[in-house]
Design a protein. Structure first.
Length: 439
């Protein structure tokens, strides 16, 4: 009987150990003047032990041991660095870092800020970077909020973003549109930027602004871009590698509450959509997956939504709610990825722990069957504290490759913001389920 008791305790301890991934502070040796937040991560497709993270305002961090330790420094380019970092990895093992520009170094004191989208590449796992190519240079218009994706088997990179006639302008003659460009040589040269939206948004950088454009590419080089504007979700797509697009974008779903959100403890939060494609060799190859936050400003309900498309022609499954538990728990900053080595799908977001406190957890949900059945994992060890006195960032991120899963998120320590990751493998996620069943 005594041995049985200790055996059960051992099983329970093992479950708790596996259920709590090891959390790693990333920015141990570099902190930007605005704090470290809004992280984006990429895992090398040649060597999963090599990883790179970009952060606001101008941080670059790289790891050679699977994310257990990190080295960081200030990131620089010919055109300046002003946040909105986006990290992607291509099939050759190169990393690509997209960010906003600040050519004069004077930021908002200069009219040149945000005059282009900058992309820099590294072929040595993030140690050294090219001086910088640029996309969308069209002064005096401002280029903001990029996201990018790499084709899993070709040299092609795709990027989409928002172009402002004038940033933060209340003038109704000033508009925002969604822009697109691509590179077919691994980021060295870029096609002229083209608008892929026809319905304009305003320029107030809020829910009526056309923003949150995320591209996804399928194995056959079809390209899809989804964004939010005026409390609605929109899509445009190309079936010829970005050469031609629909004449007019398609409405997908209502976006209740819009992408600019209100959550306890923060001055600014977002529920922008995030689009993913399965370009793996698995049975769900060429599926599209879409997630976003649906929220009601009056009832204070928050839902993480999910839909998928299996035909690449803009037809989507009825939206379902992924989030579980109290619907009045605030949820925001949803993101996701597909492990292109096996087709596993991961979605991650912040979720309030209790309605009475502005403290959050990082929730990871994953599916290995195309989004039919979901499993859940809490990623963070300590509660995520927030503050309405600091910039907390507009997004978090996650990447996965060959069963190695690395989420990145922001926490506030009472003085400044910091970025964390967690050591997670699909093997351990599977083991968590097994141990829970046994216990």
């Amino acid at each position: 009987m005594k041995n049985t008791f200790f055996s059960l305790l051992s099983i329970l301890f093992g479950f708790l150990t596996l259920a709590q991934p090891r959390n790693i502070l990333v920015n141990v040796d570099y902190q930007s003047k605005l704090g470290t937040c809004e992280p984006s991560i990429a895992i090398s497709r040649k060597d999963p032990s090599k990883m790179v993270i970009g952060t606001v305002l101008d941080g670059i961090f790289y790891s050679s041991d699977g994310g257990k330790t990190w080295k960081g420094k200030q990131h620089k380019s010919l055109y300046g660095v002003w946040g909105d970092p986006v990290l992607i990895a291509d099939y050759r093992g190169d990393f690509h870092y997209f960010h906003l520009s600040d050519p004069t170094g004077m930021n908002w004191k200069s009219d040149e800020i945000l005059d282009r989208i900058v992309v820099q590449s590294s072929s040595d796992h993030g140690n050294n970077w090219t001086a910088g190519a640029f996309i969308g240079f069209n002064p005096p218009k401002k280029q903001d909020k990029p996201w990018a994706v790499a084709h899993p088997e070709k040299h092609t990179l795709h990027v989409s973003w928002t172009q402002f006639d004038r940033y933060n302008s209340a003038d109704t003659s000033h508009k925002t549109f969604i822009m697109y460009s691509k590179s077919v040589d691994g980021g060295n040269h870029w096609a002229p930027a083209v608008p892929i939206s026809t319905y304009p948004g305003d320029c107030l950088d809020s829910s009526a602004t056309a923003e949150g454009a995320v591209p996804a590419v399928t194995a056959d080089s079809s390209v899809f871009v989804v964004w939010s504007r005026n409390d609605s979700l929109w899509i445009n797509f190309s079936h010829d590698n970005g050469k031609t697009w629909l004449d007019r974008e398609k409405f997908i779903f209502p976006h209740r509450g819009g992408w600019s959100m209100s959550v306890p403890g923060l001055k600014r939060a977002n529920g922008m959509p995030f689009l993913m494609a399965d370009a793996s060799a698995g049975i769900h190859r060429n599926n599209l997956y879409l997630t976003w936050i649906d929220w009601d400003p009056k009832s204070r309900e928050y839902h993480v939504m999910f839909s998928k498309s299996e035909n690449k022609n803009g037809e989507w499954s009825p939206p379902t709610t992924l989030s579980t538990g109290d619907k009045n728990l605030a949820r925001f900053a949803v993101t996701g990825c597909v492990d292109q080595s096996n087709g596993n799908l991961y979605i991650m977001y912040y979720e309030q722990i209790q309605t009475e406190k502005p403290e959050y957890r990082v929730v990871l949900q994953w599916s290995n069957n195309g989004g039919r059945i979901w499993n859940q994992q809490i990623v963070n060890k300590d509660p995520v504290k927030v503050s309405d006195q600091v910039f907390f960032g507009d997004y978090i991120h996650i990447d996965a490759w060959k069963g190695q899963i690395r989420p990145v998120w922001t926490q506030f320590d009472g003085v400044t913001t910091n970025v964390y990751t967690a050591i997670i493998t699909q093997k351990n996620l599977n083991m968590d389920r097994y141990l829970f069943f046994v216990y």
